[in-house]
Ligand binder design. Structure first.
Ligand code: PGA
Length: 251
């Protein structure tokens, strides 16, 4: 494990009603009490108010799964940073691969959303990752570098404390196929070097990089033992309190 504070974030995706969210956060709270990692649950918008209330007085923070780049106005279907802050949200996932592939998110929109999140005082969890075809054809490094350069365009080093990077190989998301600990470490090391190219090695060493993609209780210990992996973004295994708690309480 690195010297950076680990951060384990659940990404509930489009799951859980209000009642389900309340029950899950309440069941989770005693199981993750005193965890050495920062604990975050990124819940659907409709469950935010309830999740924040249920997490009050615990070490669980609540995140959203996206955030608009604009302050307010004619952006049907979007949710602004102020709306999230109003409810007590601290984190926002930005540029998840599902948003990139199904909802037209681009490196440019990821950059705009990230800048807005930082400006407003949210912590941005910026997602990047290659497809299997990109990995196998040898394009992975170029793809990741482009995603990083795009996401971080015009973001000064002084803002990096408000950013977490989530490296999620698309082929490992929701598939049950996790990257091996060597693949995950090598790629997170590469990601950190891309950040070092932009900001210098000292700044890059401070940025937390999560691995995501079928992380669960069976593989979290070996993944978190890698020097450049500082946390996880957890989908499927975040939907049941004991499963998520096992990941949070990694060895
Ligand atoms: P998974 O999802 O853990 O179900 O693979 C991770 C993610 O999409 O963030």
């Amino acid at each position: 494990m690195s010297k950076r504070t680990p951060i384990i974030a659940g990404n509930w995706k489009m799951n859980n009603t209000v009642a389900g969210a309340e029950a899950l956060v309440k069941e989770l709270a005693p199981l993750v009490k005193g965890a050495k990692a920062e604990v975050v649950v990124c819940v659907p918008y409709t469950a935010i108010a309830t999740a924040v209330k249920a997490a009050k007085g615990t070490n669980i923070a609540v995140g959203a799964q996206n955030v608009a780049w604009a302050d307010s106005g004619a952006f049907t279907g979007e949710i602004s940073a102020d709306m999230l802050l109003d409810l007590g949200v601290k984190y926002a996932i930005i540029g998840h691969s599902e948003r990139r592939t199904m909802f037209g998110e681009t490196d440019e929109s990821v950059n705009k959303r990230t800048k807005q999140a930082i400006k407003k005082g949210l912590i941005a969890i910026v997602c990047i990752g290659e497809t299997l075809q990109e990995r196998e054809s040898g394009a992975m490094e170029k793809v990741l570098k482009n995603q990083i350069n795009g996401a971080f365009a015009d973001i000064p080093a002084s803002d990096l404390k408000s950013v977490v990077v989530a490296y999620e190989p698309v082929w490992a998301i929701g598939t049950g196929v996790t990257a091996t600990k060597e693949q995950a470490q090598d790629t997170c090391f590469f990601v950190r070097n891309c950040l070092a190219n932009l900001y210098g090695q000292a700044e890059a060493q401070k940025i937390r990089i999560q691995y995501g993609g079928s992380m669960n209780g069976n593989n979290v210990d070996e993944l978190m033992a890698q020097p450049d992996i500082d946390g996880g973004l957890i989908g499927g295994a975040s939907l049941k309190a004991p499963d998520f708690a096992r990941v949070v309480n990694f060895n």
